[in-house]
Write a protein that binds this ligand. Structure first.
Ligand code: KG4
Ligand code: ZN
Length: 333
């Protein structure tokens, strides 16, 4: 038949994930084992801890993905895996698991870029409509990517310092919130009020780049100074001011990008796309004008379904990897 089933594996950071995707659009299974509890006490992802978890989990998770889809390896058409960017030790576990599966069952191997995966998560929800603009916001990335067609990426804006999720996590830490802090700030921001106006980093007049380290330092200073003066810190209001500043910058730059490139669709991707304030602001700004696609929360954060969705285009183009496939921590899109 024409139906193509891809088993995808993702181990670039702190989730061990496997999924089976049909024709790049239909999820037959999607299994994610989060390690977040193990990293919490360190306040961030510890690479060595992540690798150990992946080694322990990856085989089980692959078996579970096959079981949930009620498939055997012989039913598959390819094995896909995140080859980068990410933590090198973590990536290697997925890459080796994928190679072993591909070799044992005589299946083609496909290497996928993690950010391509985040973007293609949208294809699991609705068709991608080119040309499109992708706003990628995660713990490691803040990028505006223009796509004229499948598999063609032009990065037109990126962060010059902290990724937006990283800023969320660091501010959360300063406010005494658990890791990962993004969802906590999001929740508290809705309970508070942005009584203080925090700075926005616009950079050069036409720039589509981002910078969040100044905002992050500002919040750290505000909290530090209030503590020193013995004032009580209103976590909700600080969260609200921080989130307001972040969303203002993200929406304004996305507006500039959308207008410049005249796209048909705006897709939002990455863990921070789970942010309720950001989703609402983007809907308000764009929903009546262009097609706006934001995946459901479980497809925004790291998962393997998105890797399987991105891999389908590579399968169609016969863009397979060979046995030299390796984990590439700094892989470019
Ligand atoms: O895409 P992802 O799961 O992993 C990376 O590839 O980085 O993104 C994780 C990031 C973390 O920084 C987390 O705090 C942030 O996404 N995040 C959020 C929310 N949910 C997750 N940030 C803001 N608001 C949220 N609701
Ligand atoms: Zn990610």
């Amino acid at each position: 038949t024409d139906s193509k089933k891809i088993l995808a594996i993702e181990t670039s950071c702190d989730e061990t994930a496997a999924a089976i995707i049909e024709n790049g659009t239909t999820i037959l299974s999607n299994v994610v084992a989060s390690q977040v509890e193990s990293h919490k006490r360190f306040g961030g992802v510890v690479p060595e801890v992540a690798s150990r978890h992946h080694v322990e989990q990856v085989t089980k998770i692959i078996e579970q993905a096959l079981e949930e889809a009620q498939l055997k390896p012989a039913d598959l058409d390819a094995i896909a895996v995140t080859e980068g960017p990410g933590l090198v030790g973590a990536l290697l576990i997925g890459v080796h698991a994928a190679k072993a599966m591909a070799f044992a069952h005589g299946l083609p191997l496909i290497g996928v870029h993690h950010i391509a995966g985040h973007i293609y998560a949208n294809q699991l929800v609705r068709p991608m409509n080119f040309p499109l603009m992708a706003l990628v916001v995660s713990g490691g990335h803040t990028e505006l990517i223009y796509m004229e067609e499948d598999g063609r990426y032009e990065t037109i804006g990126m962060t010059r310092d902290d990724a937006v999720g990283e800023a969320y996590d660091k501010v959360a830490r300063t406010l005494g919130l658990p890791y990962p802090g993004g969802p906590h700030i999001d929740r508290l921001a809705h309970e508070g009020e942005a009584v203080q106006t925090f700075p926005r980093s616009w950079l050069e007049k036409e720039s589509l780049d981002f910078s969040f380290s100044g905002l992050k330092s500002h919040v750290l200073n505000v909290v530090h100074n209030q503590k020193q003066r013995g004032e009580e810190i209103c976590v909700e209001n600080i969260a609200a001011s921080f989130q307001e500043s972040v969303i203002d910058v993200l929406v304004t730059k996305t507006r500039r990008a959308v207008d410049t490139y005249q796209v048909k669709q705006l897709v939002v991707a990455g863990g921070v796309a789970a942010n309720k304030g950001l989703r609402a602001a983007l809907e308000k700004e764009f929903a009546e004008e262009i097609e706006l696609s934001i995946p459901p929360l479980n497809l925004c954060t790291d998962n393997a379904a998105m890797i399987g969705a991105a891999a389908y285009d590579l399968l169609k183009k016969n863009q397979f990897a060979d046995w030299s496939l390796n984990g590439r921590p700094g892989l470019e899109l």
